[in-house]
Design a protein around this ligand. Structure first.
Ligand SMILES: Cc1ncc(COP(=O)(O)O)c(C=O)c1O
Length: 375
């Protein structure tokens, strides 16, 4: 029987294993030298002054909104074509996510739609670099300045991407990275918040560590906080992964190019853009758009039957049952129609050419078989 092909897979070498084992031979399993080194390496590689490592991307989003003073009665503009944590973090601080439409080409927030969604209650724009494609930060920055709003970058899917030759993660008032195992680099679970603002950095450090000020006694708490710390083991793993980032991004780009070559001649199948003006893509996932005439879920089931895992990236957040009690029901026709057609194919550093060829062949047959019968 042929082995299955996963949707994603972490890329762990002996160097990562050695780094984690080395930590286990020390007495420092939390709040030690690996954390300090990981944070300064993250800050330096993004050209910002401060990086605060946290236990997940979601924790980073939560702390970023708290640090900006966002809470009850406030609104934050977010895309609905995104991972649920984008809206979940807004709800977590008691504010309201307001969903805006996306640009159908880049799948990023559409600046014109963002501006239309602004109300007197809006406090921030949460720009997601969807699938590693940088959001239009210039236009969003102009809008944010015009309306006195904070601009937060969700760069969880985009480490290493560049916009106008600047690192994703260095362009907002605060930026969040994510290190879940499906990401370009991983710490198992983990994330980080990047900022140039020293006051934000101090608050983030306090909030992630039970409200303790750095250097204060363990049982002294300046404000209510959280345990969103990242362990020394995770930081050691992250440091080696970060050192390998350029090589990893190169491998992922090669995987994307190979998919393009294999899929380019399938009629009506839309492939993700390989290049975009002013942007360098950090390939997170490879998401194709199926023809309108094809039932995406049947194609996904067909691929699963051949042991090929795929993902529905992303079901719109505003349609999720989790959001219904909050009454966010404004339709987003573009988001909804795109989300019915998108399918993420298996995509990871070490995917083999023969595995990609199998994905392409099965997808080709499935598309031919699952054309919807006209009503
Ligand atoms: C855009 C985006 N934001 C936030 C998150 C949440 O990160 P985590 O799973 O580390 O909490 C993810 C994770 O998949 C993401 O893709």
């Amino acid at each position: 029987m042929t082995a299955g092909i996963p949707l994603s897979a972490p890329d762990i070498t002996e160097a990562e294993i050695a780094a984690v084992v080395a930590v286990l031979r020390t007495p420092h399993l939390s709040l030690g030298p690996e954390l300090a080194a990981f944070e300064s390496e993250l800050a330096a590689s993004h050209g910002v002054e401060h990086a605060i490592a946290v236990s997940s991307g979601t924790a980073g989003l939560h702390l970023s909104l708290l640090t900006l003073g966002i809470g009850a009665g406030h609104e934050v503009i977010v895309p609905s074509f995104a991972f649920v944590a984008v809206a979940g973090a807004v709800l977590q601080v008691g504010a309201r996510p307001v969903f805006a439409e996306i640009d159908p080409h880049t799948l990023n927030l559409d600046p014109a739609a963002v501006e239309q969604a602004i109300t007197p209650r809006t406090r921030a724009i949460l720009a997601v670099h969807t699938f590693g494609v940088p959001a239009p930060m210039d236009a969003l920055r102009t809008i944010a300045q015009r309306h006195h709003l904070a601009l937060v970058e969700d760069a969880c899917e985009a480490i290493g991407a560049r916009y106008c030759n600047q690192q994703a993660g260095s362009l907002g008032d605060l930026a969040i990275l994510g290190f879940y195992p499906n990401k370009q680099i991983t710490t198992g679970e983990g994330g980080a918040v990047l900022t140039r603002n020293p006051a934000y950095a101090a608050r983030l450090r306090r909030l992630r560590n039970q409200g303790r000020n750095p250097g204060s006694e363990w049982l002294d708490h300046a404000e209510p906080g959280y345990n969103y710390r990242l362990s020394e083991l995770a930081c050691a793993l992250g440091r080696v992964q970060l050192q390998r980032l350029d090589q990893i991004l190169e491998q992922r780009r090669a995987v994307a190019l190979r998919y393009h070559a294999l899929l380019a001649d399938i009629p009506e199948l839309e492939l993700p853009p390989l290049a975009l003006p002013h942007r360098e893509i950090s390939w997170f996932v490879y998401v194709v758009r199926l023809p309108q005439s094809v039932d995406r879920d049947s194609v996904q089931a067909e691929l699963a039957g051949h042991g090929i895992a795929t993902g529905r990236y992303f079901p719109p957040i505003h349609l999720q049952p989790a959001l219904q009690q909050y009454g966010h029901t404004a339709p987003l026709p573009l988001t909804e129609s795109l989300a019915r057609r998108t399918l993420a194919l298996p995509f990871f550093n070490r995917i083999q050419p023969h595995q990609q060829e199998r994905v392409a062949a099965v997808l080709r047959t499935a598309l031919a078989q699952h054309r919807a019968i006209p009503a």
